[in-house]
Design a protein around this ligand. Structure first.
Ligand SMILES: Cc1cc2nc3c(=O)[nH]c(=O)nc-3n(C[C@H](O)[C@H](O)[C@H](O)COP(=O)(O)OP(=O)(O)OC[C@H]3O[C@@H](n4cnc5c(N)ncnc54)[C@H](O)[C@@H]3O)c2cc1C
Length: 263
């Protein structure tokens, strides 16, 4: 079985971030690039499945990122993925979710897969829109919020989906796309052997010219525009109510909630 994991490269999740007011984009200069934390769980799920299935099962990591991300993607190879595919092209700059998903889908058609595993959310963009759009462009079903893959093979997958009240057992055909939750298990650390071995693993780079796209991507292909960005308002200072007794204290709380239109 060929498993492909989509992995976004994101700025260090703990670093202070700054938005360029002119471009309304995140300033990435000087920020370390890391694997999107949710995608580490997707890699873990893929490696667990490979271990379970054995045979000729392979795990490929796929990213759309600038070529400078090559060393970061090696961290996914050090965890145990077999190889990587990078879609890197200056023409992709300015892609919104629509253009990103379209370009990624065309590249994934070239790569091919039986099971495509994505994280549910990117730490920087935070839309959660890419996996659904990928499934649509690729014409495959999407099984979201998977906490456990019960079985996969012989043209079908059976998995447990996390819900607010418990979980559902769902099945679908292969090829399919799944998104995973953190319940799949803590991502493994790369061993020294894994880190050394990753240096020799193949990273294939695809460019836009390799894809034969029939519509624009990048800034020209974006259908959405960021109009305004603002930081959350600082919290107001807490109001301390000095009440002579319980009744006047309760009245003060009531008046406060009514003033805020909460009752
Ligand atoms: C007008 C506009 C212009 C933009 N210009 C840029 C730009 O120039 N540069 C830029 O970096 N961003 C840009 N963005 C942001 C970019 O569109 C999003 O980061 C991208 O569409 C992914 O969305 P997301 O981060 O919300 O991912 P989500 O949908 O939250 O990600 C969910 C999952 O999808 C997969 N995934 C998502 N993105 C990738 C990826 N690139 N590679 C592999 N897997 C992935 C991962 O498995 C991830 O866990 C722009 C956005 C807009 C609206």
């Amino acid at each position: 079985m060929k498993i492909v994991v989509t992995v976004k490269l994101v700025p260090d999740t703990n670093a202070a971030k700054r938005i360029d007011p002119a471009t309304k984009r995140l300033v990435r200069t000087g920020l370390e690039t890391v694997l999107n934390p949710f995608d580490e769980y997707a890699i873990e799920a893929a490696l667990q499945l490979k271990e379970k299935l054995g045979g000729d099962t392979t795990v490929t990591v796929f990213t759309m990122a600038p070529e400078t991300g090559k060393e970061t993607i090696r961290k996914a190879l050090a965890m145990g993925a077999d190889d990587a595919v990078m879609l890197s092209d200056a023409g992709l700059e300015g892609s919104d979710v629509w253009a990103t998903s379209y370009a990624m889908a065309q590249a994934l058609k070239k790569t091919g897969f039986d099971l495509l595993i994505a994280g549910g959310l990117a730490d920087d963009g935070n839309t959660g829109g890419v996996p659904g759009a990928l499934a649509e462009y690729l014409g495959v079903p999407a099984l979201t919020n998977v906490r456990k893959i019960e079985e996969a093979g012989d043209g079908k997958i059976r998995a447990q989906r996390e819900t607010d009240s418990g979980y559902q057992v769902v099945s679908g055909p292969l090829p399919s796309l799944i998104t995973v939750t953190m319940a799949v298990g803590e991502p493994r650390y790369a061993s020294l052997k894994g880190i050394m071995g990753a240096k020799k693993k193949t990273i294939v780079t695809l460019m836009l010219a390799d894809l034969g796209l029939d519509r624009a991507v990048g800034t020209d292909g974006a259908k959405t525009e960021v109009l305004e960005i603002s930081a959350p308002k600082p919290r107001e200072k807490a109001r301390v109510v000095e009440a002579a007794d319980g009744a006047s204290g309760a009245q003060a709380i009531f008046d406060f909630l009514r003033e805020k239109k909460l009752i």
